[in-house]
Design a protein around this ligand. Structure first.
Ligand code: NAD
Length: 483
């Protein structure tokens, strides 16, 4: 292997240098499209973590980013964006092989990562406070200050774009950042270190560590040497991190799982529903926190939607991500077993398997695109996050019944409405328990639209201008002018 993976090993980017980890340990990375070993990542341990923490603090104390003229910080971020684009071809190839996703989706991740740096680079000099009138004897104003050292723990489903989603606003605000990459697919994310290095981001302002969540992930968040935690991942890990954060009273942003529902009314454009379903549950093999994991369909169009969804699932092309098929593997053997096991509970709970239902008989970790119909909203498969290419369809008769079912899980990440009735779309959108609602197009929105959860889907918002204010705190300065 050549380029970034010369020697088949990705290194850690710590304090502006490339490190082979502590003690020569490595983490083996598989190609889930083949079920074979692909490359290795140098494993960061306590020494690397200590170096990253020390360098992040020193960089922040020096004011490397925080005291940089904000417009210069913005320009630095635009250079990072440019360097990310320059790495996209090589990076997408690596990301495709380590995660199983399609080459085009991997490319989109690098493009999205570049766009995060452009978006937040553009606002680095617009983080404005306000002045508060206290009468003629006082001047009072607020300033937004960076937290200091932001610790960011990233999941494996979109490692590059999710890392950029949090790193870009963190940098724009002037924080130092330590990223803990996901152990299943850390390779392409490590390449962000090259973009930072080539753009001349000050050494230590950002470190990227590949280590085990249970080891340096847990030690990072419990270190007491960070000023903020940004976590994107599963609910149990989020809860463990919140316990650690409570001990040190560290402010935390939690972007957790989902079990999001689309509500399809009788007047919906069914072609549009099917288009949304294709990306909503089969993009990235359904390993998307905001996947269309449930579909609630008005009884008058229910059988039509079930039949067309099954036809869609059965017609998807399947293959290795490098060939850009419709359907790709899940990330690991363990994930495949989890998805299959949870899906198999559906039959016992009375659901009808309209398509798929089990793993595919081929090399790699492929779950069949699966459509479950007649799913009881209270059953396990309708309540727990599957995180695979499996959706649950349930009929409803009234708007109130649909809203109750949509809101009837412990999650609340996104929700969708399919209708031609404008008044109904506004009315139902207000009643859905979710951080964002898509009307007539699943995944409508983008980098500039706020994203985050309700309930066990977490708290705080990423994306958009709103996210910026998760990376700063307000200070009020009141000045007596007399005497
Ligand atoms: P995970 O919770 O298993 O791991 C996420 C990260 O946490 C990894 O980097 C892991 O190494 C680290 N980690 C594990 N234990 C840790 C600990 N004790 N302390 C600190 N770090 C630890 O999640 P995953 O399986 O990688 O990702 C899938 C989950 O992420 C799904 O639930 C999905 O819905 C969620 N997710 C949410 C969003 C969002 O924006 N809301 C986006 C993507 C994924």
């Amino acid at each position: 292997m050549s380029g970034f993976l010369a020697g088949g090993l990705a290194r850690n980017y710590v304090a502006g240098s490339w490190s082979e980890g502590d003690g020569g340990g490595t983490i083996a990375i598989e190609d889930p499209g083949k079920g074979e070993h692909f490359a290795d990542a140098a494993q960061a341990g306590e020494t690397s973590l200590a170096q990253a923490l020390q360098a992040a603090r020193a960089s922040f104390e020096r004011g490397d980013l925080a005291d940089m003229k904000p417009s210069d910080r913005g320009r630095l971020m635009l250079r990072v964006a440019q360097e990310i684009r320059g790495l996209a071809t090589e990076g997408a190839d690596i990301l495709c092989r380590e995660s199983g996703k399609t080459l085009s989706a991997a490319h989109e991740e690098f493009e999205e990562a570049a766009q995060y740096f452009e978006y937040y680079g553009g606002v680095a000099d617009k983080i404005e406070g306000k002045s508060i009138p206290l009468g003629p004897d006082y001047a009072d104003y607020t300033v937004f200050e960076p937290y200091g050292v932001s610790a960011q723990v990233v999941p494996w489903n979109f490692p590059v774009s999710i890392a950029a989603r949090s790193l870009a606003p963190s940098m724009a605000a002037g924080n130092s950042t330590i990223i803990k990459s996901p152990e299943l697919d850390p390779l392409a994310l490590a390449m962000l270190g090259m973009a930072l290095e080539r753009a001349d981001v000050p050494a230590g302002a950002v470190s990227i560590l590949c280590g085990l969540g249970s080891d340096i992930g847990a030690k990072l968040v419990a270190s007491g040497e960070i000023d903020q935690i940004v976590f994107t991942g599963s609910v149990p890990t989020g809860q463990a991190i919140l316990h650690a954060a409570a001990e040190t009273v560290t402010p935390s942003l939690m972007e957790l799982g989902g079990k999001s529902a689309a509500v399809v009314f009788e007047d919906a454009d069914i072609d549009g529903v099917l288009n949304s379903l294709k990306s909503g549950i089969f993009y990235n093999a359904g390993q998307v926190c905001s996947a269309m994991a449930r579909v609630l369909v008005h009884r008058s169009v229910y059988e039509e939607v079930v039949a067309r969804a099954a036809e869609l699932a059965n017609g998807l092309s399947v293959g290795h991500g490098l060939d850009n098929p419709d359907h790709t593997p899940v990330v690991s053997a363990q994930q495949l077993s989890r998805v299959e096991a949870l899906t198999s509970t559906a039959r016992q709970d009375g659901a009808r398997v309209a398509a798929g239902g089990a793993r595919l008989d081929r090399a790699g970790y492929f779950m069949a695109p699966t459509i479950l119909a007649d799913v009881d909203p209270a059953s396990r498969v309708a309540q727990e996050e599957i995180f695979g290419p499996v959706t649950c369809i349930t009929p409803f008769d009234t708007e109130a019944e649909a809203i109750a079912a949509a809101n009837g899980t412990e999650f609340g990440l996104v929700a969708g409405i399919f209708t031609r009735d404008l008044a109904r779309s506004h009315r139902v959108a207000r009643k859905l328990r979710a951080g964002q609602v898509f009307v007539n197009e699943w995944f409508a929105g983008g980098i500039s639209t706020p994203f985050g959860g309700v309930g066990k889907s977490g708290f705080g918002r990423e994306k958009g201008l709103e996210a910026l204010y998760n990376y700063v705190r307000t200070k009020n300065i009141a000045i007596l002018l007399k005497g």
